[in-house]
Design a protein around this ligand. Structure first.
Ligand SMILES: Cc1cc2nc3c(=O)[nH]c(=O)nc-3n(C[C@H](O)[C@H](O)[C@H](O)COP(=O)(O)O)c2cc1C
Length: 199
């Protein structure tokens, strides 16, 4: 199953390296989304992609909680800050990623758990892109409310962020404050993020 993009996205603010696959630089986080139901089997594929991520001691500390009905979607929407709720309402699925705080083997704190969850998130995101879908991570959430509403133990898990999965739509359909920012953003140059020896 492959979903299509209804307009020509302007990637001119991005300067991909010579050999980077477009899967990476054509991934971005749109806000203009078209309300569409994402089939259950598609969601299974996305989370299955995340499942294959590497993690410290193969702990697989991630837990994905996603909406599976319109009622649950609305419940999840209430867990977002207003500025996110305004546009995220048109997503197909709303979800949250949690990291398990302690290793299962010896109950010691897992200081790499959020790193591993980020890795799993990216795997899910790239699988989504390969199927024509988009994701958008959401740090702006009501954290305390998330545990209670989604029935996830705060003692065992830390909520990392929320996210939407959806089908992209025309930027013109967004409210003004979001419309002007609806384009794939640039990146720092390689020299700024890479110390290539010489230390
Ligand atoms: C952990 C995380 C939290 C984020 N939280 C929000 C958020 O609350 N609201 C929002 O509109 N975008 C949010 N974003 C999206 C970022 O602003 C976006 O990824 C960044 O500007 C880079 O743009 P791109 O993803 O389009 O390449 C978040 C991204 C990440 C990875």
């Amino acid at each position: 199953m492959k979903f299509s993009t209804p307009y020509q996205i302007d990637f001119s603010k991005r300067d991909p390296g010579l050999n980077v696959d477009e899967l990476f630089y054509k991934r971005w986080s749109p806000r203009s989304l078209k309300k569409t139901i994402i089939p259950g089997e598609v969601m299974t594929t996305l989370i299955d992609a995340a499942r294959w991520s590497p993690s410290a001691h193969n702990e697989q500390p991630w837990l994905f909680v996603t909406s599976a009905s319109e009622k649950e979607f609305q419940t999840c929407l209430d867990l977002l800050v207003d500025t996110n709720r305004l546009w995220a309402k048109n997503a197909g699925v709303l979800g949250f990623i949690f990291s398990k705080r302690h290793f299962e083997t010896n109950n010691s704190p897992n200081r790499l758990a959020s790193f591993d969850c980020g890795t799993a998130w990216m795997a899910m995101t790239l699988q989504a892109r390969m199927m024509g879908l988009y994701t958008h991570a959401l740090g702006g959430i009501h954290r305390e409310k998330v545990y209670e509403t989604l029935n996830v133990s705060k003692e065992s898990y830390e909520v990392i962020c929320g996210f939407v999965i959806g089908i992209i739509d025309q930027p013109e359909l967004l409210e003004k404050e979001y419309r002007d920012r609806e384009f794939p953003s640039p990146r720092k140059p390689l020299q700024e993020i890479w110390k290539k020896g010489g230390f």
